[in-house]
Structures are given as structure tokens and as C-alpha cells.
Write a protein that binds this ligand. Structure first.
Ligand SMILES: NC(=O)c1ccc[n+]([C@@H]2O[C@H](COP(=O)([O-])OP(=O)(O)OC[C@H]3O[C@@H](n4cnc5c(N)ncnc54)[C@H](OP(=O)(O)O)[C@@H]3O)[C@@H](O)[C@H]2O)c1
Length: 312
């Protein structure tokens, strides 16, 4: 099968298209014909071996390999169809359209095929909503699960709650805006000038361009401030928190759980949640896709098409 393989950390060019043996599903695994994957900032860090937060690069190398990546096929999100199932699989059948993550597994999704267990501790697999494309489905799991995990029970009493989402145009941020709105809150979103209309299109009541002045001086108050991109600290926004208000940051550890994916699945099927796709690149242009995401200004998500069927 065709896969983007990397044997050393470095710039986007370390991702090389190669022919490698296709995997075979064991007992509780399904073999997925991958149709779409993504480029997230997590994928960028795993490729470069570097993390923007001081001290985190060592942790990253401990997890992924000190000198070179242990797992040579990257990417944590996928959507595709089940091609074969292991003997112990009960939840999936050949032909099912599935999506999920590859967290903690031996190989990622920049490949024509990947094996994933039907259940495991670190990641999730589920049937994808019939209403969306493979590219949209691949762009959901990590961003939406992170947004749900960080929202937690904050703002779940909905009405009257004022929520500020900082970094609203990213993957996590765009899901956080929509999920918080779904709880009946009033959402103020902060993003860059190029994405004001995009963020307005997903329903934010007010959109603030962070280049147009210091929004922390506006004298507004929020019950929840959610930093979706790690660009603002608690102390910078402390003065905007209402009494009893909460601050949540993407730097908290993410948890992947089946119930976190079940909730967006239902909302996507009902059209109440949208996966924003900024650009789609074929696997052959994986280095170009990484270069674009590395600029730090993707609007929503960047999808990778594998085998020419991502829009299906
Ligand atoms: N805790 C976890 O385990 C976990 C899990 C998943 C993701 N994450 C992290 O969550 C973060 C969000 O990921 P992502 O994919 O949504 O976004 P991302 O790709 O890291 O960032 C892109 C977004 O950052 C925004 N941005 C850039 N500079 C900014 C600034 N100075 N102020 C405000 N926004 C700025 C851009 O918006 P504009 O172009 O509009 O400026 C763009 O939408 C990432 O760091 C990701 O790795 C963490």
C-alpha cells in the first residue's frame, strides 16, 4: 500500500511517499481503507519532534521516540470504510463507514490502510454519520472531543451564560463555539481578521478581531473563557471573568472517549454541527499540507485525501 513514512524528525520534507506492506487485522481489529485524514498541530509536533511550549519537547520525544520517531506512519484522525474484520469483532462489518483516531497505535492514518481495534483505552472508532463526507468526518474526532472535554460541565446550564472562545477559528475553537451555542449560551469569539466571517457563519453572537486592539480592556465579563489555541494566559484574561467564572485552556490533557464522539456524531447527522474544512490536499502533497498548517492560521481543519474519495 501507499503511505507517507518518516524515519527522522524534521521539516515537512521528511514525509516520504513509499510502498509498504498493508496490515492484517488481528482478533479485535478492523482493517480500514482510509479515505481521509487530517493535518493538526499535534501532527506537526510529532513530525518535527518539537513542541512550542518550553519543556514539552522532551516529553514529546519520550512519548514518540528520543532520536527518531518509533511510529513511522503519522496522523491521528481518519475516516474510511471497513475492508476486513478480525475474528473477535462484533460492532463493525465489512463496508461500514467509520471514523476515529489512531492514538496509541503502532501506525497512523497517512496510508491507504490502517488497522484499529474496535475498542481500546487511548482512542476511539465509531460509525460515521451518513450525512457527511469522509473529509468532514476525519476532521471531527480530535477537535470535537477536545472541545467537549474542555467545556466539561462548564456552561452546561446554558441560558444566560456568557462564553468567550479565544482562537475560535481553529479546529478546537470552531467546535467549541458550536457546542457552547448548542448549550444555549451566548458566545463571543476571538479570531484573526481573515476568519471573522467564517466564525460568524457558525453562529457566534459577536466576533472580535484580535489584531484590532486589546479586547481585554473592553470591560466585558464572561462566565467561561476558553483558550482553544494556547495563545492567551489565565492572568491576561482574569479581569474578564465574572464572579465564579471559569478559565479553560487547550493545555489541559485531552481525553478520547466513545461518548465524546457519540455527541458530535448525533449533532453532525442533524446538521447542528459543522466540520469546517479549510483545504484538502491529496496524500501525494502531504509536505505541502504540513507547510500550510505550520503557518498557524488554518481556518478550522485541513483534510488529506487518500485514494481520491474524500468528498464522498
Ligand atoms: N490538549 C490536547 O491534548 C489537545 C488535543 C487536540 C488539540 N490540541 C491543541 O489545541 C490547539 C488548537 O488546535 P487547532 O487545530 O484548533 O488550531 P491550530 O492549528 O493550532 O491553530 C490554528 C488557529 O490558531 C489561531 N491563531 C493563531 N495565532 C493566534 C493568536 N495570536 N491569537 C488567537 N488565535 C490565533 C488561528 O486563527 P486566525 O488565523 O484566525 O488567527 C488558527 O485558527 C492546538 O495547539 C492543538 O494541538 C490539544
Amino acid at each position: 500500500m501507499k503511505a507517507a513514512v518518516y524515519t527522522k524528525y524534521g521539516p515537512p520534507e521528511v514525509l516520504q511517499l513509499r510502498e509498504v506492506p498493508a496490515p492484517t487485522p488481528r482478533g479485535n481489529e478492523i482493517l480500514v481503507r482510509v479515505r481521509a485524514s487530517t493535518v493538526t498541530s499535534g501532527t506537526i509536533w510529532a513530525r518535527s519532534g518539537r513542541h512550542p511550549t518550553p519543556g514539552f519537547s522532551l516529553l514529546l520525544r519520550l512519548a514518540f521516540g528520543i532520536r527518531a520517531p518509533r511510529r513511522q506512519i503519522l496522523s491521528y484522525e481518519l475516516a474510511g470504510e471497513v475492508e476486513a474484520v478480525g475474528g473477535d469483532v462484533t460492532r463493525f462489518a465489512v463496508g461500514d463507514r467509520v471514523y476515529g483516531t489512531t492514538t496509541g497505535l503502532a501506525a497512523g492514518a497517512y496510508a491507504e490502510y490502517v488497522c484499529v481495534p474496535e475498542e481500546w483505552r487511548q482512542g476511539v472508532t465509531a460509525k460515521m454519520p451518513a450525512e457527511i463526507s469522509y473529509a468532514e468526518a476525519a476532521a471531527v474526532p480530535i477537535g470535537a472531543m477536545t472541545a467537549l472535554h474542555l467545556l466539561g460541565d462548564a456552561a452546561d446550564d446554558g441560558d444566560g451564560q456568557r462564553v468567550l472562545i479565544y482562537g475560535a477559528s481553529g479546529s478546537v475553537g470552531s467546535y467549541a463555539v458550536q457546542l457552547a451555542l448548542g448549550r444555549g449560551t451566548t458566545v463571543t469569539a476571538v479570531c484573526g481578521p481573515a476568519h471573522v466571517d467564517l466564525v460568524r457563519s457558525i453562529g457566534a453572537a459577536e466576533v472580535i478581531d484580535y489584531t484590532a486592539g486589546d479586547f481585554t480592556r473592553r470591560g466585558d465579563e464572561y462566565d467561561l473563557i476558553f483558550d482553544a489555541v494556547g495563545k492567551i494566559s489565565r492572568s491576561q484574561v482574569a479581569g474578564l471573568l465574572a464572579k465564579g467564572g471559569r478559565y479553560r485552556s487547550f493545555k489541559s490533557p485531552t481525553s478520547e472517549r466513545a461518548e465524546y464522539l457519540a455527541q458530535p456524531s448525533a449533532l453532525l447527522a442533524g446538521g447542528e454541527l459543522r466540520a469546517l474544512i479549510d483545504r484538502t490536499y491529496p496524500l501525494e502533497e502531504i509536505a505541502e499540507a504540513h507547510r500550510y498548517v505550520e503557518l498557524g492560521h488554518k481556518g478550522g481543519n485541513v483534510a488529506i485525501e487518500i485514494g481520491g474519495e474524500a468528498a464522498r
